[in-house]
Design a protein around this ligand. Structure first.
Ligand code: GLN
Length: 293
């Protein structure tokens, strides 16, 4: 049977649409591009190119997984973030475009040679983007999940092959626990601590899209009863690991900016700012610790 790009794509889009997949056409196209190792323009310009038997079979297989709401990125194994490709799987949160706002905000304050701690690093997307787009910075990514760190390490290795000399380490630790025993000298403290912690209220998790609640790690989503558990814990300890003028940056949920700002101010952070995303919603909160503690 000879199948052509256009037919195969239309079949895929139709299947996904019937299964209630939100962006059926987009996903059908992206999966075809992935399978045929091609891009949008080629698909459009050569809509009558034949799809090989192997490509067709693998497309059918991917469409059937996507129909079950397996996230597109778990099928392709990749998510782009800050213009870079990150490996993802079921052990890490898929990097979100919203999180680029956090990275961009940190970048405005980042100087060569700074030390950065990324708490709850997951795939490593935040820390690795920061290191990729800066010079001579030193990064530590912390996560409680070994399986997540395995992904982060592979992401680091791949980026290092493009930008050699990236100085990054990862530590498996429940928040700061693994750092506590390290007697941190001042020159080992961090100028920047950044975190996109789990921040969904646990009562809300049930209402999320199946792609998220069934396939992404719940430990990367669940922020406790009020969604603020990790902010509270991180704010409690971060001061000990920040240099005098060091800054703490968080991504927050759209309704958490005010609470997180207050929590930071209560803990002695100065110039605490809320940054909104392109939809006008609270997205990033950061502040500066002016005094050593
Ligand atoms: N820091 C990672 C990210 O932003 C993981 C965040 C998380 O697991 N909550 O994608």
């Amino acid at each position: 049977m000879d199948w052509k790009y256009k037919q195969v794509y239309e079949w895929g889009a139709d299947c996904l649409k019937k299964s209630g997949i939100r962006e059926a056409e987009l996903d059908a196209r992206l999966l075809l591009e992935f399978v045929c190792k091609t891009d949008r323009n080629t698909l459009l310009a050569h809509s009558d190119r034949e799809v090989s038997k192997e490509e067709y079979e693998s497309y059918v297989n991917h469409i059937s997984r996507r129909k079950k709401h397996v996230p597109l990125q778990h099928i392709t194994g990749i998510q782009e973030f800050m213009g870079l490709e990150f490996e993802v799987n079921e052990n890490v949160l898929i990097p979100r475009q919203d999180t680029e706002i956090l990275v961009e905000e940190v970048m405005r304050h980042l100087h060569d040679g700074m030390r950065i701690l990324d708490m709850c690093t997951g795939s490593g997307c935040i820390l690795l983007s920061l290191l990729y787009y800066s010079n001579d910075c030193v990064g530590l990514g912390v996560d409680v999940s070994r399986a997540a760190l395995d992904v982060a390490v592979r992401n680091a290795e791949r980026l290092k092959s493009v930008k050699s000399g990236m100085d990054v380490n990862f530590l498996q630790s429940d928040l700061f626990e693994g750092l506590e025993n390290n007697n941190l000298k001042d020159n080992k403290k961090f100028e920047i601590i950044v975190s996109n912690p789990p921040y969904i209220k646990n009562s809300v998790i049930e209402t999320l899209m199946p792609e998220v609640k069934e396939y992404e790690p719940v430990s990367a989503l669940d922020g406790g009863e009020d969604g603020l558990y990790f902010y509270r814990e991180i704010i409690k300890k971060a001061g000990k690991y920040l240099t005098g003028g060091g800054k703490l940056f968080f991504e927050t949920g759209f309704d958490q900016g005010y609470n997180v700002k207050n929590m930071m101010e209560d803990a002695g952070y100065k110039q605490v700012e809320i940054i909104k995303d392109y939809a006008g919603l609270d997205r990033v909160v950061y502040g500066s610790l002016l005094t050593e503690r």
